[in-house]
Design a protein around this ligand. Structure first.
Ligand code: HDE
Length: 706
């Protein structure tokens, strides 16, 4: 019997059995086999024929009497609901939050005080600007929305993977989003900020500059949802049993560490697999590799808030972790896929105002505006005030109130009483258990104003920039240059460089040179002199927060017939032991027969599996295979892209001529191109993969390298 190296995925489910039968009139019916489920209409009526509509004569008109046909088309015509006005493209999964440390001193919320308590969750990740069908690797902020189904009702953290936002007041949100999305006359570009309208708005909005640094960093091209942080962004409040308030910022930290892809890679992933992020989450959960995040809090009081350099109500600012450390109090794991994308991921309705006793809001003007917007938008999207009756949105505890009727009411009160107070023993308010708003003292004149404490727009932008590693700084410069190169109006480019001069002069010069500006534009006028004394913060860099391990990553192994089986087997065994995954790629999707007769089952044909889909690659081929691959464009791209994207490449001796054909000559060889001659070499290669990328190489392969 032939030995097989099996592919790294399960067998897809088998399809239903059908057979074709000839009817009484000679017509053809494709019907389910007798033991199959019987198809019914929405009224439960069994269906005789689902292939042919009711007609007069074999070639005659279709009859309105065909209620099954009519109902089927009617339902289809109404399948779509409005997509989200922002965050339209998203992907979600179920999980469980476990609390490890009680915050009883600060809050009465059971979800944050009952150690060991397991709270069911649903989490949805998203991009912001793209439409529902856009590609996953758009350069964009990622939404990170978490719904905790607590014993005291649903608590939503509707956060992002970036801890600050573009604007300080919700009144600017429609403008920001209009400017970011496709331009209204032409309907493009989709899912891209690289266009005039976006940068026009931004260049006229200095408060966005801190966010600009984050979105131009690799945070906006993550390797997958499993590798992003989540932030509640606003300052919220915890309220304890005595009614005392403590400020809080929420953080989610991925156990797999942070990781992003290269921009040139993102561009190619979008073509090769526009569903790259959702497929990654789906595959990892279905293979039992459940992604996990820690939940952390930054807690502080009025004294800190009053002395902090910036206003804690300003969502364009962070509180550096060096100033207020993130205290990890629990973690959540995503371990269950949805049964139905529409029912769960599409219909889930997050609302910032879904909050439980013991947690409260602050006066952050962005948060205040959001509290209005989210409820409003669900009515538009889901079509009824009863969107809370949809299972994904319903709390997992009984709901008892006198709200009634409306479209699609699924949860209808029983009995006579539908008002309160009543003397029928219906549910009543509870001063002891009910949600109590924090009794803050508020005074002031009524005016449309922006607090002067919100006026410093550049200091933290600079702090973010100086906290990056050199390669990350280069990526920010590259991204700004690229985005602004797509802006047609030179005055917008110049204005942006003027803002950068307030952040980092070298960065401004890099971008000005990259754009070919004739002269350095004037510095943008700042309302408050930018500070240069804020220290670097390691928490702000991606590369200072990687896991140092290949766990959860994917190796692409390119093989041909006659390749050395011992090397392929050692790679496969090592990858499985490292809790990573692999895919075998071959000239034929069936796989390749290795030198000892083993069949290495293929997951991908080389044309459909560019190396951008993998974290690292290994080329294990025969001499003859190397010769053939050396003539094949997709195969050569596989190697040259992996090299250009600073990935680790393992290769056996026979692969060398192929590498040369792909443009990797002897003088290009660096520590990231590793010969695989023995099992020992394979072990060393696998160990090195934990570094994830060999970024220094980028400085040799990029025209814009300093
Ligand atoms: Fe949102 N945002 N947002 N937003 N937002 C929506 O609600 C809005 C903001 C965020 O996975 C909408 O259900 C306003 C900040 C996420 O279903 C809408 C303002 C942050 C999601 C809305 C903001 C976010 C949304 C559209 C300015 C990070 C996806 C569909 C004050 C902290 C939720 C929907 C999901 C979705 C309004 C700003 C995150 C229209 C008015 C800041 C993750 O209600």
């Amino acid at each position: 019997m032939t030995k097989t190296i099996a592919k790294d995925t399960g067998t897809p489910p088998q399809g239903a059995k059908f057979e074709t039968q000839v009817g009484e009139g000679g017509e053809l019916h494709q019907i389910a086999s007798p033991d199959g489920d019987v198809l019914t209409t929405q009224q439960g009526i069994p269906v005789f024929d689902d292939q042919n509509s009711l007609k007069v004569g074999d070639r005659g008109p279709t009859l309105l009497e065909d209620f099954h046909f009519r109902e089927k088309i009617f339902h289809f015509d109404h399948e779509r609901i409005p997509e989200r006005v922002v965050h339209a493209r998203g992907y979600g999964a179920h999980g469980t939050f476990t609390l490890n440390e009680s915050l009883e001193e600060f809050t009465s919320a059971g979800v944050l005080t009952e150690v060991g308590e397991q709270t069911p969750m649903f989490v949805r990740f998203s991009t912001v600007a793209g439409n529902k069908g856009s590609a996953d690797l758009a350069r964009d902020v990622r939404g990170f929305s978490a719904k905790f189904y607590t014993k005291e009702g649903n608590w939503d953290i509707v956060g992002n993977n970036i801890p600050v936002f573009f604007i300080q007041d919700a009144i600017k949100f429609p403008d920001l989003i209009h400017a970011a999305k496709q331009e209204p006359d032409r309907g493009f570009p989709q899912a891209q900020t690289a266009h005039d309208n976006f940068w026009d708005f931004i260049s006229l909005t200095p408060e966005s500059m801190h966010m600009v640094m984050w979105i131009m960093s690799d945070r906006t091209i993550p390797r997958g949802f499993r590798f992003v942080e989540g932030f509640g962004v606003h300052t919220f409040r915890l309220i304890n049993a005595e009614g005392k308030g403590t400020y809080v910022k929420f953080h989610f930290k991925p156990k797999l560490g942070l990781q992003s892809v290269a921009w040139n890679e993102a561009v190619k992933i979008n073509g090769a697999d526009p569903d790259f992020h959702r497929r990654d989450l789906w595959d990892s959960i279905s293979q039992g590799n459940f992604p996990e995040w820690d939940l952390g809090v930054q807690l502080f009081d009025d004294e800190f808030a009053d002395n902090f350099e910036f206003d804690v109500l300003d969502s364009t600012k962070i509180i550096p972790e060096e100033q207020i450390p993130v205290r990890i109090i629990g973690s959540f794991k995503l371990d269950r896929l949805v049964d139905n994308f529409f029912a769960e991921t599409e219909q889930v309705a997050f609302c910032t105002q879904n909050i439980v006793p013991g947690i409260g809001f602050t006066n952050d003007p962005l948060l205040q505006g959001r509290n209005f917007s989210y409820l409003d938008t669900q009515l538009k999207r889901l079509g009824s005030t009863n969107f809370t009756h949809i299972p994904i949105n319903a709390p997992k505890i009984p709901v008892k109130n006198y709200q009634q009727d409306g479209h699609m009411a699924m949860r209808n009160p029983k009995g006579r009483v539908n008002y309160e107070p009543n003397s029928w023993d219906g549910p009543r308010e509870s001063p002891s258990k009910g949600y109590k708003h924090f009794p803050s003292q508020e005074t002031g004149r009524k005016a449309q104003v922006r607090s002067a404490t919100f006026a410093d727009h550049y200091s933290q932008a600079r702090q973010f920039f100086i906290s990056q590693t050199e390669i990350e700084k280069k990526h920010i410069g590259d991204a700004l240059t690229f985005e602004l190169s797509k802006v047609e109006r030179v005055d917008i480019r110049e204005l942006m460089v003027g803002h950068l001069l307030n952040i980092d002069e070298k960065l401004a010069k890099t971008v000005a040179t990259g754009l070919g500006l004739k002269a350095m534009p004037p510095k943008a006028k700042a309302a408050v002199e930018p500070r240069t004394d804020l220290p670097a913060s390691d928490a702000l860099s991606i590369l200072k927060n990687t896991s140092g391990s290949f766990e959860g990553r994917k190796l692409g192994i390119l093989v041909t017939d006659g390749a050395p089986a011992a090397i392929v087997q050692a790679l496969v065994d090592g990858i499985v032991a490292a809790k990573a995954t692999y895919e075998i790629i071959a000239p034929k999707v069936a796989g390749a027969t290795l030198d000892d007769g083993t069949l290495a089952e293929g997951k991908q044909k080389i044309d459909g599996a560019p190396s951008v889909l993998y974290d690292a690659v290994a080329i294990v081929v025969s001499a003859d295979g190397a010769k053939k691959l050396g003539k094949d464009k997709p195969a050569k791209d596989f190697v040259s892209d992996a090299f250009g994207h600073a990935k680790f490449i393992g290769f056996n001796a026979d692969a060398k001529p192929f590498l040369e054909k792909a443009g990797i000559e002897d003088e290009d060889m660096d520590d990231g191109v590793i010969a695989l001659g023995s099992k020992g070499d394979v072990d060393a290669f696998l160990k090195t993969l934990g570094k994830l990328r060999i970024w220094d190489r980028e400085l040799n392969v990029d025209l814009d390298a300093p």
